[in-house]
Design a protein around this ligand. Sequence first.
Ligand code: ADP
Ligand code: ZN
Length: 591
Amino acid sequence: MDRPTIDQARAALKRVFGFDEFRGRQAEVVGRVLAGQSTLAVMPTGAGKSLTYQLPAVVLQGTCVVVSPLIALMHDQLRSARANGIRAATLTSVDTDWRETLDAFRAGALDLLYVAPERASQPGFRALLGEASLSLFAIDEAHCVSEWGHDFRPDYRQLRPLMDAFPAVPRLALTATADRQTRADVMAQLGIPEDGLVLAGFDRPNIRYAIRPRDNAARQIAQLMAEQPGPGIVYAPTRAKTETLAGQLAAMTGRPVLPYHAGLEPEIRAANQAAFVASEDMVVVATVAFGMGIDKPDVRFVAHAGVPKSIEGYYQETGRAGRDGDPSQAVMLWAAGDFATARQRLSEVPEDRRAGERARLDALAALVETAECRRAVLLRHFGEDPPAECGNCDNCLDKPGVIDATELARKLLSAVYRTGQSFGMGHIVKVLTGSGDGRVRQRGHDRLSVFGIVAGEEASLLQPLARALQARGVLVSTEHGGLALGGTARAILTGRETVEIVTPPKRSGTRASRNAANPVDDPLFEALRALRRDLAEEAGVPPYVIFHDSTLRAMAEARPGSLSQLGALPGVGAKKLEAYGERFLREIAST
Ligand code: ADP
Ligand code: ZN
């Protein structure tokens, strides 16, 4: 049998998916698969990993067996694949059409068959695969095979013997998250040769990063929502916070806002998730549990109402924004207390893991506090060598100031020390600025040498400085909410270490509105969106399965007058042209 060429694949890319070009490293991965070479593709979220097996599945003889760990994800993929006219099916516990699926599979009438890893360990499954013709094994979320990964699933270990029984069938493992160690392990566990790695960069250029001090989370996120009319995810630290914040945001913005956390009834959780997936403007306020099984491409912003656990966590959570490649925002709101709490918890961490956890927090604090490009700091953390400025983060767009605050830091640390390391910042500020407050006099703190030594402009820097010192662990919280010296405080007091802090730019949070890609008040675009909503409802799928926003924008811009003109637009494959073409042409002609 002749192998299809990359040019034939390119033709199918246009015909089936409506795309003119491969993105990033897709062509390389598809090329390897078509040549029968087993491959591990490590690509960030939104890079288009599914296409690298779906496209070969279409052009190759036989069925591509896709192993995927979550039923929700499988059904998401199934919907999108079928909308493009790809012959796809799932074999899961909730499917009722097993007989049809098995018949189609045996008859060679399926391009894609999605199964959970548990299926692979059942002896009958190997026999079943032997009855059909196979084109490819695709292993999604392949890091699950490794104990080094954050998400080990023992059933993934059964895949190797299964695949070994079909040595002529190439393997394509896919993941967005794999450090060097995990990567090597995944390849060894799945039998992928060492030269089979395709590693794309971690950058998500369409995500605009911003990290700001938190003064009022509800107000700040409501402002973000005013700039971003599309769907969003807000991460909150506790279940209780998700509930209150969701209530506040709904009241302040009038938009649909739902909470999501592990304590909700399963039915409510499922309903909230389904509502979010189908919505074009909903915001979900969630604990980190949310997002795992969600493949919604049009999430326009991810906000953190408190600091995430680590840079890795931050990257993964913010990565749920903008899978469709459209401009999206990631906004983190932080307070000194977040770090104080996290550093306090370090004492509960087992001895052998404590240093690692502390290093994680320090790395996160460095990202939060930097005056440099956020993206550069983030990518360097993942071992890349990015340009110094990205032009699409808060620090690149509004350069913050950096000042030497060593003198002021010494005054602050002295005041903390001389008052006995048991008072909160409010009291310390009163002492330093020479407030005649009763409590200050009662304690005799007006007679300390540090009383009233900070005045004017300098006083306004005390809070940002304290915030920075807490993030760095130089000031730590005591059990009773006071501040004590920690970390390198001594070195600063004795002049062996200097302290630089970032001063936020005066105007912040006003730039985002220029970030949005969709036109505002364009009647044709709005009409196309309304039509898409109707069609989505008729078909019982989320609107993005019909067409992405970028395709609607192209329609509104190009105003195609014929099916062939419409079919030339990005995202319009043959199947969708046939299914929806006439309706969209009519809408365009009449608006
Ligand atoms: P991943 O699984 O890597 O997170 P997906 O497979 O969900 O990414 O793809 C992300 C989005 O990118 C999808 O909406 C998909 O339609 C789109 N996409 C994939 N490949 C291309 C391409 N070559 N050109 C344009 N859009 C693409
Ligand atoms: Zn930048």
